[in-house]
Design a protein around this ligand. Structure first.
Ligand code: NAD
Ligand code: UDX
Length: 480
């Protein structure tokens, strides 16, 4: 079989996936020109910023990879048409959020951006183009993309008769915070498709750094469904361990000990068993809800209900944590200062999409508390956007908040400001710097009796207790 040779790639979407993925491909394949295009000019400018600290995505190691390839064979621009026409291979890596209105609202994926990409490719591509679904998509989306691409031939006034397309599914399994490592040493690469030549052309790119036995080939629908299933299984593990964390707190067991005991069973394995405030991030909830929608669509209501429970337990865990903070603080947090440590959905990322901190903070604001929020990587504007509430120190909205019952929040630029005069401090993200806080010196800054709520199970319980503070730790039932 003659190989299809790829010398130019276009990736549509310079987001959390498109940017890092293409940076690694460019770094590993110096003979291929990689163009990442996006409609968002600000984002593209940030990818081109000379100061690598200003890249739009924070990922350990990303700056080094970008610095090696950018300007040589890695380019970021808004020139969608030109880059599509020059490409042998086009990756579609745009956002696929949950629909907020219309048919399937709250569950189905909003595919308007994917469809727009397919139409752009149909319009501007030249010669034979391999089109790759990199976004996470509902099963059988490739069928719709194929239909749109085929329609490119039907316009008699165009020169599209010369054009042909192969559609592949190549879902991305990277996790944020470890994206570069996940891309450089993936557990597997999945390629779904019908056209063997196209599959091998894509496999050839990955073979630059991934052993062939880790490159799995499947049909299109298995590949699309495997991505949704992987995320559903991972999220299910978190909901499972979180449900047991509540059980531990009620019975005197310790979730860490339970996780170690079950994780030692090689059939279960030790990963993804950390109890916490619930899963966040842009993928898990969206992808499970999409799976639920598809199950209904294909007449499988029992299967839909099964997976929907995973999301319900996740929501419950977040409300549960907010409720127990109120309960421990004598049943009221109105006018009380509560420090929030961590706002991103997990450590080592500036991403706040679906972060458990959002729901927990909103619940506490609803109860009338004054929140002081610190995160080492999340900007004030991002928190304002997520909470949909102006800051207390915003001059336009400044008001007396003490006992009015209306919650308020402030941004803190350091941990001391969060802790000073607080009745409680709530750890919501497992950032390294929160693991070894000097409670001995922090405790006197708080209003007594004060609490530490550790929703990630990362602080040293004994040290907190010795400093005179009360502590609640996720899944720790030792006080029963
Ligand atoms: P993102 O929102 O960070 O980036 C998407 C980008 O696409 C945006 O910058 C947007 O401006 C751009 N875009 C949308 N339509 C466009 C168009 N027609 N032309 C040019 N640019 C366009 O999204 P993301 O987090 O990178 O996710 C992308 C896809 O990958 C989603 O389907 C997601 O489910 C999937 N995924 C995400 C992760 C993750 O960790 N974030 C991991 C695996 C898979
Ligand atoms: C996830 C998948 O891991 C990845 O394969 C997929 O491509 C995209 O979705 P991501 O959302 O970036 O990646 O992060 P992940 O590490 O999976 O964490 C998701 C959420 O689960 C975070 O809020 C994290 O704190 C939480 N989590 C994870 C736990 O609460 N406990 C764990 O043991 C692991």
């Amino acid at each position: 079989m003659e190989n299809f040779s790829v010398s130019s790639i276009c990736c549509i979407g310079a987001g959390y996936v498109g940017g890092p993925t293409m940076a690694v491909i460019a770094d590993r394949c110096p003979e291929i020109q990689v163009n990442v295009v996006d409609l968002n000019e600000e984002r593209v400018a940030a990818w081109n910023d000379k100061n690598l600290q200003n890249l739009p995505v924070y990922e350990p190691g990303l700056d080094l990879v970008v610095s090696r390839a950018r300007g040589k064979n890695l380019h970021f621009s808004t020139q969608v048409e030109r880059c599509i026409s020059n490409a042998d291979m086009v990756f579609i890596s745009v956002n696929t959020p949950t629909k907020t209105k219309g048919l399937g609202a709250g569950q189905a994926s909003d595919l308007r951006w994917v469809e727009a990409c397919a139409r752009q490719v149909a319009k501007y591509a030249k010669g034979h183009t391999i089109v790759i679904e990199k976004s996470t998509l509902p099963v059988r989306t490739a069928e719709a993309i194929q239909k749109i691409l085929k329609s490119a031939h039907r316009n008699p006034s165009s020169d599209k008769a010369q054009c042909s397309f192969s559609v592949l599914s190549n879902p991305e399994f990277l996790a944020e915070g470890t994206a570069i490592n996940d891309l450089e040493t993936p557990d597997r690469v999945l390629i779904g498709g019908e056209d063997q030549k196209a599959i091998e052309a894509l496999a050839e790119i990955y073979r630059h750094w991934v052993p062939d036995e880790k490159i799995l080939r499947t049909n299109l629908w298995s590949s699309e469904l495997s991505k949704l299933t992987a995320n559903a299984f991972l999220a299910q593990r978190i909901s499972s361990i979180n449900s047991i964390s509540a059980f531990c707190e009620a019975t005197g067991a310790d979730i860490k000990e339970v996780a170690r005991a079950i994780g030692s069973d090689s059939r279960i394995g030790p990963k993804f068993l950390a109890a916490g405030p619930g899963f966040g991030g842009s993928c898990f909830q969206k992808d499970i809800l999409n799976l639920v929608y598809l199950c209904h669509h294909f007449g499988l209501p029992e299967v839909a209900e099964y997976w929907e429970r995973v999301v319900m337990i996740n929501n419950w865990q977040q409300h549960r944590i907010a409720r127990l903070v109120v309960k421990k603080l004598f049943g009221t947090v109105t006018g009380k200062k509560i420090g929030i440590l961590g706002f991103s959905f997990k450590a080592d990322t500036n991403d706040t999409r679906e972060s458990p901190a959002i729901r927990i903070a909103k619940d506490l604001l609803e109860e009338g508390s004054n929140l002081s929020i610190y995160d080492p990587k999340v900007e004030i504007e991002q928190i304002t956007h997520e909470l949909n509430l102006q800051r207390e120190d915003d001059t336009n909205t400044k008001k007396e908040t003490s006992l009015t019952g209306e919650g308020a929040w402030k941004y803190a630029s350091n941990i001391k400001d969060v802790i000073k005069d607080a009745d409680a401090v709530l750890i919501l993200t497992e950032w390294q710097e929160f693991r070894s806080l000097d409670w001995e010196s922090l405790a006197p800054l708080m209003r007594q009796p004060a609490w530490v709520f550790d929703s990630r199970g990362i602080v040293n319980t004994e040290q907190v207790k010795e400093s005179g503070l009360n502590i609640w730790k996720i899944g720790d039932g030792s006080d029963q």
